[in-house]
Design a protein around this ligand. Structure first.
Ligand code: FEO
Length: 173
């Protein structure tokens, strides 16, 4: 059975994951409108994965006798100056999510809820992957600079970056 403090902290994380899904959906739509098809597909998929992160928490809370609450979400940004700016924001967003997960893990230790602590280890590992993936993408973008041909290849190959990351045997995105 979840105690109220852990339940509230998990519900807060449900909100964070739901907002992440909205943030990436908004980024995907922006990229699609700009003709960046590969980047858009990557972001649509990422948005779906955030929804999966959210649903996994919803199921866990309800299975443990709590009540997963669907809350109001902040509207995401809809305009991004450039695809570089977009990925910088994505990276910053993932760092924020990692901090939220760390705070949540801390609450479970304070409350001696070792079952939830154990459950959250999947999220801890996931955040390492997400940050690494975002960093890899930013490194590639910095190599491209303002080169249009480079952007064309990056847009074509971005799916492969995520596939390679998945092939490393770790969860990704
Ligand atoms: Fe669910 Fe990207 O953190």
């Amino acid at each position: 059975m979840l105690n109220k403090k852990v339940e509230a902290a998990l519900n807060e994380q449900i909100r964070v994951e739901a907002e992440s899904s909205q943030v990436y959906l908004s980024m995907a739509s922006w990229a699609e409108v700009k003709g960046l098809e590969g980047i858009a597909q990557f972001l649509y998929k990422h948005s779906d994965e955030e929804r999966m992160h959210m649903l996994k928490l919803v199921k866990f809370v309800n299975e443990r006798g709590g009540h997963a609450v669907v809350s109001e979400l902040k509207a995401p940004e809809t305009e991004f100056g450039s695809f570089k700016e977009l990925f910088e924001k994505l990276f910053k967003h993932e760092i924020m999510v990692s901090e939220c997960i760390n705070n949540l893990v801390h609450v479970t230790l304070e409350e001696r809820d070792y079952a939830t602590h154990n459950f959250l280890q999947w999220y801890v590992a996931e955040q390492i992957e997400e940050e690494a993936l975002a960093r890899t993408i930013l490194d590639k973008i910095n190599l491209i600079g303002n080169d249009k041909g480079g952007l064309y290849l990056f847009d074509r190959d971005i799916q492969q970056i995520s596939v390679d990351s998945a092939a490393s045997g770790e969860p990704m995105a």
